[in-house]
Design a protein around this ligand. Sequence first.
Ligand SMILES: *Cc1c(COP(=O)(O)O)cnc(C)c1O
Length: 356
Amino acid sequence: MKKHNFYAGPSILPQFTIENTAKAVEDLDGIGLSIMEISHRSKEFQAVMDEAVELFIKLLNIPEGYSVLFLGGGASTQFAMIPFNLMKQKAAYLNTGAWSKKAIKEAKFFGEVDVVATSEDKNFNYIPRGWKIPADADYFHITTNNTIYGTEIKEDFDVEVPLVADMSSDIFSRPLDVSKYAIIYGGAQKNLGPAGVTFVVVKNDVLGKTDRPIPTMLNYQTHIDKGSMFNTPPCLPIYGCLQTLKWLDNMGGIKEMEKTNKKKAELLYGEINRNKLFKPTVDNPEDRSLMNVCFVMNEEFEKHEKDFYEFATSKGMIGIKGHRSVGGFRASLYNAMPHESVEALVQVMQDFEKSI
Ligand SMILES: *Cc1c(COP(=O)(O)O)cnc(C)c1O
């Protein structure tokens, strides 16, 4: 039976990425060696790194003055690296969920944190509006897509201080105005490649403004100066990312991706709204994530939750259990998710409704 992969992360990747990476594990471009056993200083790996950076710049339309880095440590290490490198005294954070909270916790090791707004009062089921950033904040941090709660910030904010965004789970899902950001970062394992590599897009001139000594590996400047090769980079995951970047480019870039992402999300949210069994957890349609669609059963049908999960799983729907802090269901519709898989899930929801 065909499996439809709705995991939140690590998650579905293009078949193109999986096949090409598998080939390179055996033999990279016919050189007779595996991508796993060549020096990161070899010309072959340097070409992989160069092309990945080049495609990142092309696809996101990154202006001059920015660096693209591929590092280890996950998005979670960035939670500390950002304040380490940018915070003099105070930073502003928007608290939109579990990942924002973790970022806030790390920032507090380095200085004062001003949480300008939070949606915690309603279990993070909306994006707060009408907040104000203190003029003396060294930067403002947001999580654009809240993977666990299914909310998403779909605009590029205009703010007066450097804007830092965790885009782990929505990078490359819509076109961005990169010039509005000081740092964009994320783990690759949601929408880009295999786990093990972290992307960071950093505006060069936001660095070097704190007096604090920064350990070498945690200093962005180290990695900029050495082209992400100060130490051994995660070579295989970077190769996987390169394949997804090529796939994105072949598909017509992220404008095209955004179109298909919108169609997929409309189809699923439409069914959740129509189907008498289900309701979305995020009330405001503007706040609903295109990447992670969270829904629960209407109260009178809650007793069927386990049955629906088992029914869906028996039909090949994988990974639709909601995060424990939300409950219900979550279907992640990352770039690589084909429209047919969303149609298959909708069919399963309709079949289950008829059986009740
Ligand atoms: C998954 C996720 C993270 C954590 O990433 P790691 O690479 O596991 O540290 C951080 N932020 C968001 C928005 C995520 O979805």
